[in-house]
Structure formats: structure tokens, C-alpha cells
Design a protein around this ligand. Structure first.
Ligand code: MG
Length: 276
């Protein structure tokens, strides 16, 4: 019979029941186990230390990433999702035609037409895209240049105009929304092109639907490291603690319509081979 594991999905720890039982029988090993958890857990659970969307949570330091740059050609094995010409690779989230606007080599959110998503599904990926917040900037906080990159339709890397604009730390640009702020704020001004380079490893679920491995994400914002193999603690949701629900091994990449005409260009993706 397969041994059931106690799971701490957020930090990827797996502790066998046998370990716990022997810890109960043997005080010395119990002390060792407690010491181990004390050492490992606090550092491994950064997303748990603050209430969701806490305005008390410190904002990351600001880093000037340097001037915007023209896009470079994608690598040979990339799947080009948007090359400035059409929405061939995309559809509306409800399955109809994508209604966002393509012009002058970029793609623009048509506010209130809904999210768009790739026709294909993806699992572990390297993703490159560029975005620009509306100019002139209007609104404040979450109501300013808001969109989002939803990996596997459930895990949002926030797109937001966070240039000289404050919001809760776990909701600013390049945050894992509602979970983990970026290491630094590397935003360029609204109207300028900004890059996201994202490495994403999907969650793994057991056959009975438990989380075997949490998803992880690394993000470079304008070439600056802002998420460093960050553990994703569940589906990114607004205003509540995230949790996982099992899903397919491949799901579409989705871009959010948050009612603001955010622009995208130069979107390509590389599927990563399974490690197992
Ligand atoms: Mg968003």
C-alpha cells in the first residue's frame, strides 16, 4: 500500500506518518522534528506572513531598469503566440473569437470584452512578453493599467502600472497576485514597453487530487529578477487565501481584461521538458 504523506504544500515538505509516529514514541526525534520545522517553515512560507492585500506589508524597493528596448527575435524553438499581426493563436475565454484590438504591431485590451487565452494548453514553460500601461495614466492603485498574465488560467503574474503608483504589495506589477510581492519594483513609466520573462513549473497533483508539488515561478521584469523560484500557494484569487484545486497538466495561457487598454507585443513561449 502506498504510504500516505502529510503535506505542507506551500514549502514542498513531505513528512511520512511514520516519522510523526516515531517522533511521538521517541521524544528525542520529536525534538529534532520540531527543530527542523522551526528552522524550515518560517523562511519557506513567505506568502503566509501577511494578510492577503495587507496595506501594512512593506513595498519592495524601486529599481530603475534602464530605458525601454526594441524586441529581439524569439529563439528558434519558441511557439510565437503574437508577432504583431493577428490573434490566430488566441480565442475569447468563453471560446468565441478574441475581441481585443490588433494595430501597429501590438495587441490592446478592448475593455470589458473579457479575457483572451491561447487555443493551445501549456504546462511547464518559459514565457516572454512585453506590455505597456496606458498613457496618459488614469486611476490609482488597482485601477491603473491593470491586466494580468494567467499561467495555466489560474496563476496570475500581475500586470499593473506601478510606476510612482502605490497599491498593496501583493498586487503590484510582477506580484504573484494576492501572494508574493516582487523582490523589487522595476516598472518603467506608463506608455513605455516593459518585458516579462517568466519560468513556470506547474503544480503536480496525486491521483486522488492532493498537491504533490506546488507550482513555482521565476520572473524577470525588464531584465531584473523579481520572483526567484517563488512557490505559488494556490489559484490566485482576490481577497482570500489561495488554495489549490486539481486541474489538467496543460491549460491555456490567459491575458486579463481588467477594463484598461493595456497593450502587449512580442509574446512567445517555450515548452519545458518534464524533469521526471
Ligand atoms: Mg490583474
Amino acid at each position: 500500500m502506498r504510504q500516505k504523506k502529510l503535506r505542507i504544500a506551500d514549502c514542498g515538505l513531505r513528512i511520512g506518518r511514520a516519522t510523526i509516529k516515531s517522533a511521538i514514541r521517541n521524544p528525542q526525534s520529536a525534538i529534532a522534528l520540531l527543530a527542523f520545522l522551526t528552522l524550515v517553515a518560517p523562511g519557506a512560507l513567505p506568502a503566509q506572513q501577511w494578510p492577503v492585500h495587507s496595506m501594512e506589508r512593506p513595498r519592495p524597493p524601486v529599481v530603475d531598469p534602464g530605458p525601454e528596448r526594441p524586441p529581439v527575435a524569439p529563439p528558434a524553438d519558441a511557439v510565437v503566440l503574437f508577432d504583431g499581426k493577428d490573434l490566430e493563436q488566441w480565442q475569447a475565454e468563453n471560446g468565441g473569437a478574441a475581441k481585443w484590438v490588433v494595430r501597429d504591431g501590438f495587441l490592446e485590451v478592448a475593455p470589458h470584452t473579457g479575457a483572451i487565452q491561447t487555443k493551445r494548453g501549456f504546462g511547464d514553460v518559459q514565457l516572454h512578453l512585453e506590455w505597456a500601461a496606458p498613457l496618459p495614466a488614469t486611476g490609482e492603485g488597482q485601477d491603473r493599467g491593470n491586466s494580468g498574465v494567467f499561467l495555466m488560467t489560474h496563476y496570475e503574474v500581475q500586470v499593473l502600472d506601478s510606476y510612482h503608483s502605490d497599491t498593496y504589495a501583493d498586487g503590484q506589477a510582477a506580484a504573484v497576485y494576492g501572494q508574493t510581492p516582487p523582490l523589487v519594483n522595476a516598472c518603467r513609466p506608463p506608455g513605455q514597453w516593459q518585458t516579462y520573462d517568466i519560468i513556470f513549473h506547474r503544480p503536480r497533483f496525486t491521483s486522488d487530487g492532493a498537491v504533490r508539488d506546488s507550482a513555482r515561478v521565476t520572473v524577470l521584469h525588464n531584465g531584473v529578477l523579481v520572483q526567484d523560484n517563488t512557490i505559488i500557494t494556490g489559484w490566485t484569487v482576490h481577497g482570500q487565501r489561495a488554495h489549490y484545486a486539481p486541474h489538467a497538466d496543460r491549460l491555456p495561457l490567459q491575458l486579463q481584461d481588467h477594463g484598461h487598454p493595456v497593450r502587449y507585443r512580442d509574446i512567445w513561449i517555450r515548452e519545458l521538458r518534464e524533469h521526471e
